[in-house]
Design a protein around this ligand. Structure first.
Ligand SMILES: [Zn+2]
Length: 62
């Protein structure tokens, strides 16, 4: 795994929905409605989530 040292962007904990391909902050209300089996836990940058094919949630706007 490449270290985060090469980027200046802050990392956060995100939760992606493997079903809808959206991603959220942990506190987003949509996360509570998500099935545990659909959750993809990821700690990294927003750009990395997008690179994985996830789209930012419009509610929590990660
Ligand atoms: Zn959200």
């Amino acid at each position: 795994m490449a270290d985060a040292a090469k980027t200046t962007e802050k990392t956060s904990s995100y939760i992606g929905n493997m079903n809808t391909k959206k991603f959220h902050y942990e506190w987003c209300s949509s996360v509570g409605q998500m099935k545990e089996s659909n959750k993809y836990y990821y700690t990294g940058t927003r750009d990395e989530m997008i690179a994985k094919g996830y789209v930012p949630c419009q509610k929590c706007n990660p």
